[in-house]
Design a protein around this ligand. Sequence first.
Ligand SMILES: Cc1cc2nc3c(=O)[nH]c(=O)nc-3n(C[C@H](O)[C@H](O)[C@H](O)COP(=O)(O)O)c2cc1C
Length: 327
Amino acid sequence: MAERLPSAIRTRVTDLLGIQYPVIQGGLQNLGRARLAAAVSEAGGLGLVTAGCFEDPEEFRSELRLARSLTAKPVGVNITIGIRRNMADHLAVVLEERPAAIFTAAASPEQFAPKLREAGIPWVHVVASVRHARKAESLGVDAVVVVGTDGGGHPGQDEVGTFSLIPRAVDSLKVPVIAAGGIADGRGLAAALSLGAEGVQMGTRFVVTKECELPAAVKELYLAASELDTIIVERSLRKNLRVLATEAAKHIAALEARGCGPEEIIPLLSGERHREAVARGDVQAGLHSCGQGVGLITEEISAGEVVRQIVAQAYAQLTRVGARFGD
Ligand SMILES: Cc1cc2nc3c(=O)[nH]c(=O)nc-3n(C[C@H](O)[C@H](O)[C@H](O)COP(=O)(O)O)c2cc1C
């Protein structure tokens, strides 16, 4: 029987962002483009166009405009500060284009805080620890995304799981918390809301969708993976990156475990190297960011379907759980 899709889930996050469901497609390096973001937003969640996909700020502007032409609903942006570059030029574009929300991530956004606050656009910062969440709150963010070590991409150095981290963040902050890391279905959304989060951000689940522009061979790798098939690389650089356990990833982790220095590790991490490997179909030679929730993904569906399924499943799950309580 198809699960019932509620018309809305209302939290401080949905009120802040002007969206129907508190389901956010997080920043996705190389993949967070217009079609995907617009599809998530059109289904009632919030899609983010990822600034880091675009070297040229003007290309980023065009992609953001494209996303906004594909849906009348709110579309946001993700700006990852300081991983590849400072991103001041991309931020200038964002402040001119005024998307529905700005999600900053990675380094401290302190240098940009006055401009972001003055712009009056909802501002969310992505963190992986309670101390960074508190710092972001003190800088004036409207909400935080808190990512547990289960998550794909850079889930921080502390390696605390989502289940332990989210309630600690909720108890420590006044601003709303959006949970991330290992959430890939409606049970994850139900759990996050139960832990006190007011929304979820997902990365890995949205990678395996029809609108995500990733070669089929790489999507197959995600579909075949279980919760055991991810690995953390870049620990030695204090930049933990959770990826699929490809041959390349295992090689890097082994070198790090042997104590090899940055001069040997950094060349193996280049984005160019990764893109070339994917282009020639050698998926094992690539680094593919991936969360531990990957084992829950069994099919490629549209991004809109992901949003609808997750909301309907969370509602069914919470209804079932509620019915277990006696008087
Ligand atoms: C392929 C991939 C690329 C990512 N790229 C970025 C990025 O460019 N900027 C960012 O802030 N987060 C990035 N992330 C992290 C996600 O936005 C999100 O916080 C994370 O994936 C949540 O955990 P999950 O993968 O378990 O859903 C990436 C994640 C994945 C899987």
